[in-house]
Design a protein around this ligand. Structure first.
Ligand SMILES: Cc1cc2nc3c(=O)[nH]c(=O)nc-3n(C[C@H](O)[C@H](O)[C@H](O)COP(=O)(O)OP(=O)(O)OC[C@H]3O[C@@H](n4cnc5c(N)ncnc54)[C@H](O)[C@@H]3O)c2cc1C
Length: 267
């Protein structure tokens, strides 16, 4: 069984966002592995761990990121969790990539991995915490011509078929598709493991493969700003929250509250 887990290197979501030319300013080395991708890595590890000895021996989990060189930090975290291989797609022409450009790069890297041997599953997180598009998994399935089973809460593989359980607002659905497929897992699917000391140490020196667009046979015009189908026309940080108005209740708190709500057109 070979599984590819696309993982995103995201800026620290608790840090202040700054924008330049409608792009998020990314401070080198201040980002991390998208937390929701840890659920995807955990799902992949559990699938492999459930296999028999021989199949497990022959299996491989590849963490794949489309990112500048800082993306290695995300791959190192994936190594710490236990993946076998880390691939980073980096190219100046990727700057300004939208959903389609990013997906094209991920898909081309999956195809390159497929040229070495079959890839049975691509497992993504449910969303990237910076972009929050939640659209890459479906686009990737379309690009690769594979079924998409998204937002899985439970995952099972039996006789070459993938079955998932997913929760919607008013129903619990069970879906099934033959492998190879694209799967995205919800944050409720599992609890990602803590890396153990041995893997943390080993992750430091694991080799990361860096591929360019030329390595993937991908035309630079199909990604980055050149290939983007969407354009961010404005981006600005949210205005700071207004000062909190504290009212000392000396028996007229209710009136003060009503006045506040009326004054701010909240009723
Ligand atoms: C090199 C590069 C340059 C970019 N430049 C810009 C820019 O100039 N302006 C701008 O607005 N946006 C830019 N982006 C952001 C880009 O548009 C989004 O990252 C992309 O469209 C994915 O959307 P999302 O973050 O909403 O992912 P979602 O659809 O929410 O992600 C779902 C899942 O897809 C996978 N995934 C998503 N992104 C990646 C990735 N990069 N690598 C591996 N797996 C991934 C993860 O498993 C993730 O959990 C850039 C991205 C890259 C990689």
């Amino acid at each position: 069984m070979r599984i590819v887990v696309p993982v995103k290197y995201v800026p620290d979501i608790n840090a202040d966002r700054r924008f330049s030319d409608c792009r998020v300013v990314r401070d080198p080395a201040e980002g991390s592995l998208n937390e929701l991708d840890e659920n995807a890595l955990e799902a992949a590890l559990r699938i492999i761990e459930a296999l028999g000895d021989d199949e497990r021996e022959a299996s491989e989990i590849v963490a794949l990121t489309v990112a500048p060189a800082d993306g290695d930090l995300a791959l190192r975290k994936a190594f710490q969790m236990g993946v076998d291989r880390g691939v980073r797609v980096t190219d100046d022409a990727l700057a300004g990539s939208d959903y389609f450009g990013t997906t094209a790069a991920i898909a081309a890297a999956v195809r390159r991995l497929e040229s070495e041997g079959p890839v049975d599953l691509v497992i993504t997180g449910m969303a990237a915490l910076d972009g929050l598009g939640s659209v890459v998994p479906a686009l990737l399935a379309a690009e690769l011509g594979r079924p998409a089973l998204t937002l899985a809460k439970k995952v099972a593989i039996e006789s070459g078929a993938l079955t998932i359980t997913r929760e919607t607002d008013d129903a619990t659905e069970e879906l099934s598709a033959p492998l190879p497929a694209v799967l995205s897992v919800a944050d409720t699917a599992n609890t990602p493991r803590f890396p153990n000391f041995k893997l943390i140490m080993a992750a430091r020196t694991k080799q990361i493969e860096a591929w360019s667009l030329a390595d993937l046979g991908l035309d630079a015009a199909s990604v980055g700003t050149a290939g983007a189908r969407t354009e961010t026309t404005s981006a600005a940080p949210r205005p700071p929250r207004p000062e909190v108005e504290l009212v000392q209740d000396k028996g007229e708190g209710g009136t003060a509250l009503a006045e506040f709500l009326i004054r701010n057109e909240l009723v």
